[in-house]
Ligand binder design. Structure first.
Ligand SMILES: Cc1cc2nc3c(=O)[nH]c(=O)nc-3n(C[C@H](O)[C@H](O)[C@H](O)COP(=O)(O)OP(=O)(O)OC[C@H]3O[C@@H](n4cnc5c(N)ncnc54)[C@H](O)[C@@H]3O)c2cc1C
Length: 568
């Protein structure tokens, strides 16, 4: 049994930022991660991080943009905290040595991003997440955070007597040994589940394990129906071309070679918020102005010099994965699953209201700063602000009401070991391969639960989830080895994805309005009277399925935040 005060699952920006708070407060901190920390998806973030650090800008405007961007579903107290703390959180990283791009006078450079009223996105060329994650990783090494890398979380344990989260069970990927961790508090910072869709910008590892396992442990998730489709994924692979490219002045054009955003967002054009731009692109494609299911991102007019200096990575991605050099030709792009607004429901400081001792931060959490639509560059920010705040809150919790060590039960370990052994022992005859279930499910969700949704298609998505669930009962693994058994791990990940698929589809069927990233064709308007509330999805063990409930949006009474028509 490993014993630590603070157990963190996930070594992306949120996890490592929280670890910094724990270790500098003198606690024993362990971080579990299924890949090396620097392979976390945070490392792939390109465009930048928002903060009102310019003297002409202010955090109130940032907060207003975020409330509006969220289509009024974001929790206003959390949004205020995030935007107010943003400048300091970015400066913390700067102090730690993060190599942000600079203006000529030495100040941190900032670019324009979608849905923002000021160019407030700080960046490090088009590799911002890379620079930020490396900085926090250096701090983790310097301060002696104990990292269990290539450990895959299998279960979150609960002390049944006190009802508190008590730790976790994880498999050491290198050896196959299943081990138990006891802790006074646990943070789930396992990122999002963009891999639920076949066309996506996400890393292979983004399967939402922590969210699904928290639901199973009794901490429900919120707002799973809200999935962000990024307007510029590469046509063939879904790989991301950052919004920063439009921030630098790129145009969206149809196959007729003309810009079309003036029809949909006359003021902000290409820099309207992501839900608006993705819907506009789909309209153009459906009206025949696309080519092979895509429209085009044109950067030619920005010139070779700027492209090479500020957008070197996206140029290389276009050449390598689409065969197009953007210096000479427009890049074929389409809306692609990018980010999941839903996650483990928490209070404004990151603790689950339903399972004491369990905290969540980053994309795995729903503190809800993004509501129904995240603004670009607000997610790296969420990671560093709520990594810090939640980390501090965990430290406080462990010195006050969470001081006593919750009880851990070794029978939990035995149960997980038995379940894994049973899965490995399943026979091939009459069985189904995880890969086949996953291909079918993710392609069906692309078809039936995408940018535009309607009852008819959502019911098909529900059928597909039911089929995946029943096939999963018969899933088998070919590889029976203990060491590096990726066949087994991807199968376990699929089990988690199926839970999130059910949550996403059921919440989408239930929500009879259009808001942010969720567009219902039969209900084209936002319905604040009935639907300004979060969907809460719990896992019901007896029924082996999702149960839905609702929670009011947390409002602050700020008159500027009153719901209004959202136009860009
Ligand atoms: C291509 C791309 C570009 C982006 N660009 C931007 C941008 O420019 N600006 C912006 O604000 N946002 C951007 N985003 C979004 C942003 O990068 C992510 O939302 C954010 O980095 C998530 O950070 P995180 O710390 O929550 O999780 P991640 O960085 O996703 O880390 C998750 C961690 O959890 C671990 N983990 C997961 N499951 C398990 C398990 N079962 N067991 C053990 N460990 C586990 C992983 O190993 C990993 O360490 C981008 C996203 C993508 C995909």
């Amino acid at each position: 049994m490993h014993k630590h005060d603070m157990l963190i699952v996930g070594a992306g920006l949120a996890g490592l930022r929280a670890a910094f708070e724990g270790i500098t407060a003198g606690l024993s901190v362990a971080v579990i991660t299924k890949v090396h920390p620097l392979r976390s998806h945070s490392c792939a973030a390109q465009g930048g991080v928002n903060a009102a650090i310019n003297k002409q800008d202010n955090w109130e405007d940032h907060a207003y943009d975020t409330v509006k961007g969220s289509d009024y579903l974001g929790d206003q107290d959390s949004i205020d905290i995030m935007c107010k703390e943003a400048p300091q959180a970015v400066l913390d990283l700067d102090d730690m040595g993060c190599p942000f791009s600079r203006e000529d006078d030495g100040s941190i450079a900032q670019r324009a991003f979608g849905g923002a009223s000021f160019p407030r996105t700080a960046y490090a060329a088009d590799r911002t997440g890379h620079a930020m994650l490396h900085t926090l990783w250096e701090q983790s090494i310097k301060n002696g955070v104990q990292v269990f890398d290539e450990y895959h979380l299998l279960e979150i344990t609960v002390d049944k007597k006190s009802g508190r989260a008590s730790g976790a069970i994880a498999v050491n990927i290198a050896t196959g040994k299943i081990e138990q961790f006891a802790s006074k508090s646990i943070l789930i910072a396992t990122g999002g589940y963009g891999r639920l869709f076949h066309s996506n910008t996400n890393a292979m590892i983004n399967t939402g394990d922590g969210i699904a396992l928290a639901m199973k442990a009794g901490a429900p998730a919120a707002d799973l129906e809200f999935v962000q489709f990024h307007p510029t994924g590469l046509k063939s692979s879904g790989i991301l071309i950052s919004e920063g490219v439009r921030g630098e002045g790129a145009y969206l054009i149809g196959k007729d070679g003309k810009r079309f955003m003036q029809k949909y967002a006359p003021n902000k054009l290409e820099l309207a918020s992501r839900d608006v731009v993705s819907r506009s692109e789909m309209m153009e494609i459906m009206n025949g102005n696309g080519e092979d299911g895509a429209i085009f991102l044109d950067v030619r007019h920005l010139g070779k010099e700027l492209i090479l200096e500020r957008l070197p990575q996206i140029r290389q991605l276009s050449i390598d994965f689409e065969g197009v050099d953007p210096i000479d030709a427009p890049i074929p792009v389409k809306p692609t699953c990018h980010y999941t607004m839903g996650g483990i429901r928490t209070d404004k400081l990151g603790m689950s209201n339903y399972l004491p001792g369990l905290f969540a931060a980053g994309e795995a959490a729903c503190v809800s700063v993004h509501g129904s639509n995240r603004l670009g560059a607000n997610s790296l920010l969420e990671g560093i602000v709520f990594g810090k705040i939640t980390g501090k809150e965990m430290v406080r919790y462990m010195t006050e009401e969470g001081k006593a060590q919750p009880a851990t039960d070794t029978s939990d370990l035995a149960n997980v070991q038995r379940d894994v052994a049973n899965l490995k022992a399943r026979k091939k005859e009459g069985g189904v391969r995880a890969h086949d279930i996953r291909e079918k499910l993710t392609k069906d969700l692309d078809m039936y639960c995408n940018v535009f949704r309607e009852e008819k298609t959502l019911l098909k998505a529900r059928k597909s989830v039911e089929k995946a669930k029943s096939d999963f009962e018969k899933v088998y693994v070919d590889d029976k080895a203990d060491e590096f058994n990726t066949d087994l791990l991807t199968t376990i990940e699929l089990g988690n994805l199926i839970i999130l698929a059910e949550g996403t589809v059921e919440s989408a069927i239930a929500r009879k309005e259009s808001r942010g990233a969720h567009t219902r064709e039969e209900y084209p308007d936002r319905d604040d009277e009935n639907w300004m509330k979060h969907s809460i999805a719990s896992w019901n063990h007896n029924k082996n399925g999702i149960e839905l409930d609702y929670e009011e949006v947390r409002t602050t009474g700020n008159p500027k935040y009153a719901p209004a028509v959202r136009s860009y």
